[in-house]
Design a binder for this molecule. Structure first.
Ligand SMILES: [Zn+2]
Length: 286
């Protein structure tokens, strides 16, 4: 089994790649790119939350206690709650996660149980999608994607470490317990898939998502990405052969716009968005 440092190193490298690619290739602003990279790095520890009392559980619950209330901030402001209520809710959540959730997880989870599984990665991704407040579904998906990437890097690394090399490869007993769709315990499987189904329903009931899918923004984003990829990789679309006039002289080519011109416009970070009354929801300037 890979240790704490190895997991953190791998997920940090992956996070830098994930945020860096979004920033460098798709024009993602630096703040969300750094946030997604950081969440990817932190999520590399997340599956070991079930490893009993010790460093992973302590570090993860402390970080979650700080990050979750901060991410909820945008939602609470959107609901028009006063600053006093937001502080009270944030403090209550901190105590709940730091002590209540930590104690619950310590007593009721089995190491290498369903926290080390694909449905768990999806669950944490969906939770992040719901927690992170933004009017852009693309931005929320990107941030949630960072969490899923970090989570999966942990599962993959655990599987890699379950192969031992003594001249020839030998599988340890733990092989196949990290990257799995279901475990041995029926109740744990049921519980994980029930959460996954419930969260998936909530994600698709999310007004922001429905609104933007109805507005056709998803298709627009896919179209933009399709145009961006060749531009980023400097592979211009094939152009027709040089046109010639009646005498066979080559005609001047029309001047094409530079292929690397950015076409994607990302919304600004809405971390301190004004209340709903002053910021009506709706399509951003896409
Ligand atoms: Zn693990």
């Amino acid at each position: 089994m890979a240790n704490f440092q190895t997991h953190l190193t791998a997920s940090t490298i992956l996070g830098v790649g994930y945020g860096g690619a979004a920033y460098g290739m798709y024009g993602m602003p630096p703040a969300p790119a750094i946030l997604a990279a950081s969440l990817c790095a932190v999520s590399g520890m997340l599956p070991d939350i079930d490893s009993g009392p010790g460093r992973p559980l302590r570090e993860i619950t402390t970080l979650m206690a700080a990050v979750v209330p901060t991410m909820l901030f945008g939602h609470l402001q959107h609901f028009g709650l006063s600053q006093e209520w937001i502080i009270l809710i944030g403090a209550a959540l901190y105590v709940f996660i730091r002590f209540g959730l930590a104690a619950f997880v310590r007593h009721y989870t089995v190491h290498r149980g369903m926290y080390h599984s694909f449905p768990a990665a999806a669950i944490f991704g969906e939770l992040t999608f719901l927690l992170f407040y933004s009017e852009s579904v693309v931005l929320r998906t990107f941030i949630a994607g960072g969490v899923v990437a970090g989570y999966l890097s942990h599962l993959l690394l655990d599987e890699i470490y379950s192969v031992q090399w003594d001249g020839s490869p030998r599988l340890k007993k733990s092989f196949g317990t990290a990257m799995k769709f279901y475990g041995e315990k029926r109740w744990a499987n049921f519980s994980a898939y029930a959460k996954l189904v419930l969260l998936t329903l909530v994600v698709f009931k999310d007004p922001g998502l429905v609104e933007q899918l109805q507005n056709g923004q998803a298709e627009q984003v896919v179209e933009e990405l399709r145009n961006e990829i060749p531009a980023a990789w400097n592979t211009p679309a094939p152009s027709p052969a040089n046109p010639t006039d009646a005498d066979g002289h080559t005609l001047p080519q029309p001047v094409a716009p530079p292929s690397s011109s950015p076409t994607t416009t990302w919304p600004t970070m809405p971390s301190f968005a004004p209340p709903a009354s002053t910021a009506p929801p709706g399509p951003t300037g896409q």
